[in-house]
Design a binder for this molecule. Structure first.
Ligand SMILES: [Zn+2]
Length: 364
């Protein structure tokens, strides 16, 4: 077992606030409490709890706040005003705070905090399994940013990265399933992010917005949860040109464990994991595709998204909880990846990017 796995994308506080899940409880209990509920597609099928994260030695992750603004006629569900969306992200931030008070999580805002947290997990002592999980805060979809003053407040509260887009039309950028470039406010957002030394997460950007953003933004970049378009053809995945452009910026690309991004032909809400025989090996295929294309393991990481609005019904059938991500180690080893390469994919590459995100004095 590799002593530290950094997961570059989990929506922990969305699960707490929007899904009403108590992630401090055992996974079985979280599932049982949702028996008979059908308000969300993944009810009763959760794959993530803090205990399971520790068991899989996910000692550091990029954890989001997320709240979409849906104007009348918006194709996606969402909050009916940007003010409500803002308030939801405040509630999500409040949950991270109480988890920190309980010693379950630690919001990492400085390089020192990151190093100490990662080193404790890397010591490989059994005791470190009970340790708090370090989280770097990111905002997925920027709709909830009411003004630059509000953004500054989020940054004071620990925000270190932003993905301007999510699904459908957005205030700052159109996301997955839509077309077009950044909005005027989106272009301004990149300037402000640069001033505040924030990292840009390009995940969910349309192709047009992706290229525009790379052109406009000089700061650190990553693609927290993105698979490979060559294997699963759709706009949500990255093209080879995009992967190469990200590598040129020394970014990382997080392999996602979401079934519809792992295999072609998956129909959300219809297909089932065992029918398609979706396995962790498919996740390794996406990791391998990035490594082979670039001729290096330097840009491959994990960004599982395993609590991003789906669960067992849309995940690899050989993954009973997030802890099973550790099995990628064996799968990659069998494909000839050295221990050094596997450690880079599990945590080393993310550490490089997180160090960059946390080493700049924010707001300077
Ligand atoms: Zn996402």
């Amino acid at each position: 077992m590799i002593p530290l796995l950094i997961d570059g994308h989990l929506d922990l506080s969305m699960n707490a606030i929007d899904w009403n899940r108590d992630l401090t409880r055992p996974l079985e209990e979280i599932r049982e409490r949702e028996a008979g509920w059908n308000d969300k597609p993944d009810r009763g099928n959760a794959l993530v709890s803090l205990e399971e994260m520790r068991r899989g030695r996910i000692g550091v992750c990029v954890a989001t706040m997320i709240a979409r603004y849906a104007f009348p006629g918006h194709p996606q569900p969402g909050w009916h005003s940007p003010e409500i969306a803002w308030s939801i992200t405040r509630a999500q931030r409040a949950w991270y705070e109480v988890m920190e008070e309980r010693g379950e999580l630690q919001v990492l805002t400085t390089l020192d905090q990151l190093e100490v947290c990662a080193a404790a997990w890397l010591e490989e002592r059994e005791e470190s399994i009970g340790r708090s999980i370090g989280i770097v805060l990111s905002l997925e979809g920027a709709d909830s940013i009411l003004s630059w003053k509000h953004l500054e407040r989020m940054v004071e509260d620990g925000l270190r990265a932003i993905g301007p887009a999510h699904y459908g039309p957005g205030v700052y950028a159109p996301g997955t399933g839509s077309e077009g470039g950044l909005t005027a406010r989106g272009r301004e957002l990149l300037t402000v992010m640069q001033r505040l030394s924030l990292t840009l997460d390009v995940t969910h950007l349309t192709d047009e917005a992706f290229w525009e953003a790379l052109e406009l933004f000089d700061g650190p970049v990553w693609a927290s949860h993105n698979n490979v378009r060559r294997l699963v053809p759709y706009q949500r995945q990255l093209s080879d040109e995009q992967i190469k452009a990200l590598a040129e910026r020394d970014a990382v690309i997080g392999a996602v464990a979401d079934a519809w991004m792992l295999v072609p032909g998956w129909e959300r809400g219809v297909s089932l994991p065992h029918e398609h025989q979706v396995r962790l090996a498919h996740m390794a295929d996406h990791i391998d595709a990035v490594c082979q294309l670039l001729g290096t393991t330097r840009h491959s990481v994990i960004g599982s998204d395993l609590d991003g609005g789906f669960g067992r019904e849309q995940a690899p059938c050989d993954l009973e909880s997030i802890a099973a991500l550790q099995r990628l180690d064996e799968i990659l080893a069998k494909r000839g990846y050295s221990e050094e390469d596997r450690r880079a994919i599990f945590y080393g590459n993310w550490m490089r990017c997180l160090r960059r995100a946390l080493s700049v004095p924010v707001g300077s």
